[in-house]
Ligand binder design. Structure first.
Ligand code: LR7
Ligand code: MN
Length: 507
């Protein structure tokens, strides 16, 4: 070790994998992760004879040697032999030399590890499905190819599926740092999966009503969506549900598709707090992921009914994607008599704010005073409320320029989480804060009036949104006394999809 990696220079190798491969290569392929799960999980005893067996399926594309091999050893060393039928590796047409004969030789010394190679690049959906056809276990357990399992990870998943075949069960996903390879176990309450209306996956804390449902700390937690990579499902039930959408290529979208499907078609999606698996989150995507949007559109078209319009409004390029034939997927929905998306939102994800998108009251907000400039919100990573509203060239792509004026008079920006425009006392800038939950009172500082004359008035501060040129020669927005006739206080909502312009009437 390191084995057969092309370039000797750690800098280029680092760039190639988007992880600190130099360090990963130095860490034992057999390192043991300390079991820091809660006591109730650690002390639980299982009767292996009563648990279903599993096949672990790992599809990989150009994965680094040490992260791939550490995944395999970790599964072998943490999964009781009587429960593990086999590990099925699917090489999705990688082009790295060390993944050829060197890998074959290495795993020929390992018990119960099989290697399948695809004949062309299939992407993770078809890669996993090809692997599944070779499985002999009762339960399919899918993992990414850069994981490390915490001892005791598999039993809770198998036990739960043993008692409820229609549950898809995910482990808690711990973080393995891409640079230091430290394993950070999430010891607090697990997070559950959600999404925003751009259809990006999001983590959320467990809602109160779910917590009230639990009988014990180690009950599985119901989750509206899953991250995608790490889950266990009864092989028979997975078949019944229609496995995966084989029209999805490379990466992305399949996790939301399967999440909507399992809930809408009568099953459930859960996270088991006693099952922990670490995952290396790379610094950036290590390979191109051109199919993400197309895959997501397929999911929206099959499962979201009219609610898909909220997604298209916020991501106009999505509505222009050619997504191919989805008739077979729609047939599955009919055949299984699945519920509507409305049912899913109401029963599975009641905490999600559903945009109103009232005609003429959503989209980009264009300045009349400064040519071609729109309100724009560009939050720093991991800090959704960490910026102020600014002005930026109108791009018609939704995203950072997509706002919704609600019937409760909020200006909402719905990405990652629901945030609302606010002017705090004695401030000139427009900040963003978390919106009040549906059904709770709206504070005055976030109430706005879009007036007949095109001004956006903030009653609490008695000021209007004003575009202006800053002293550094840039453009910006701030709150100023309303000044009738000032073009810098006149704004227009504009729908990105149609580019049709709407002005408003008094509310
Ligand atoms: O063309 C490909 N062929 C493959 O076999 C592209 C990828 N793959 C393999 C790849 O080598 C890896 O084993 O597919 C697996 C997932 O790809 P990653 O690890 O590059 O992606 P990721 O970790 O960003 O992916 C997350 O989202 C994906 C959306 O398609 C999948 O659902 C991944 O399984 C998912 N990973 C996780 O959920 C782990 C936790 C991440 C979080 C939160
Ligand atoms: Mn991954």
């Amino acid at each position: 070790m390191p084995l057969g990696v092309g370039s000797g220079c750690s800098w280029t190798r680092h760039k190639r994998y988007a992880i600190n491969i130099h360090l990963s290569d130095k860490i034992s392929l057999h390192r043991h992760i300390v079991d820091r799960r809660m006591y109730e999980c650690r002390s639980k005893v299982f009767d292996y004879r009563k648990l279903p067996t599993t096949s672990v399926i790992i599809s990989f594309y150009n994965e680094a040697w040490s992260t791939l091999l550490r995944t395999i050893h970790s599964v072998l060393e943490t999964t009781p032999a009587v429960l593990l039928k086999e590990i099925i590796l699917v090489d999705d047409f990688s082009d790295r030399a060390y993944l050829r004969s060197q890998l074959e030789e290495y795993i020929s010394n390992l018990d119960r590890v099989r290697l399948i190679r695809t004949n062309k690049r299939e992407g993770l959906v078809r890669g996993r499905l090809i692997g599944a056809t070779y499985s002999t276990g009762d339960v399919l357990t899918f993992l990414d190819c850069h994981c490390e399992c915490v001892p005791g990870w598999i039993e809770p998943l198998l036990e739960r599926i043993g008692e409820n075949k229609t549950a898809i069960v995910c482990p808690v996903i711990d973080t393995i740092d891409w640079n230091t390879f430290e394993f950070y176990m999430q010891t607090g309450e697990p997070m559950i999966g959600g999404f925003d209306w751009r259809l990006t996956f999001q983590w959320h804390s467990v809602p109160e009503q779910e917590r009230r449902r639990w009988k014990s700390k180690i009950d599985p937690i119901r989750s509206p969506t899953m991250a995608g990579g790490l889950f266990a499902v009864s092989k028979e039930y997975f078949q019944y549900l229609g496995t995966y959408d084989m029209g999805m290529d490379v990466w992305g979208g399949e996790n939301l598709e399967l999440s909507f499907r399992v809930w809408q078609c009568g099953g459930s999606l859960e996270i088991h707090p006693c099952s922990h698996v670490g995952h290396v989150f790379p610094k950036k995507a290590p390979y191109a992921r051109p199919n993400f949007l197309q895959n997501t559109v397929r999911a929206a078209e099959v499962w979201m009914d009219d609610y898909k319009q909220h997604f298209y409004n916020r991501n106009p390029p999505a509505s222009k994607e050619k997504y191919g034939d989805i008739s077979e997927r729609k047939l599955i929905r009919e055949r299984l008599k699945c519920q509507s998306f409305e049912w899913y939102l109401k029963n599975v994800y009641p905490d999600l704010h559903v945009p109103e998108d009232r005609l003429g009251w959503h989209g980009a907000v264009r300045s009349s005073g400064i040519h071609s400039e729109c309100l724009d919100y560009n939050a720093p990573d991991h800090n959704p409320t960490g910026a102020h509203l600014s002005l930026f060239g109108c791009h018609g792509q939704g995203g950072n320029q997509y706002f919704e004026y609600t019937s409760k008079k909020e200006i909402r920006f719905n990405s990652v989480t629901e945030i609302c425009a606010e002017v705090a006392d004695r401030q000139k800038y427009i900040a963003m804060r978390y919106c009040p939950r549906d059904g709770t009172p709206v504070p005055e500082s976030i109430i706005w009036e879009f007036r007949n004359d095109g001004t956006i008035y903030h009653p609490h501060s008695n000021t209007c949104i004003t575009s202006h040129h800053t002293s550094e020669g840039r453009t910006g927005v701030e709150m100023r006394l309303c000044n009738p006739g000032d073009r810098n206080q006149i704004w227009k909502f504009e729908l990105p999809t149609t580019l049709s312009q709407h002005s408003w009437t008094e509310v």
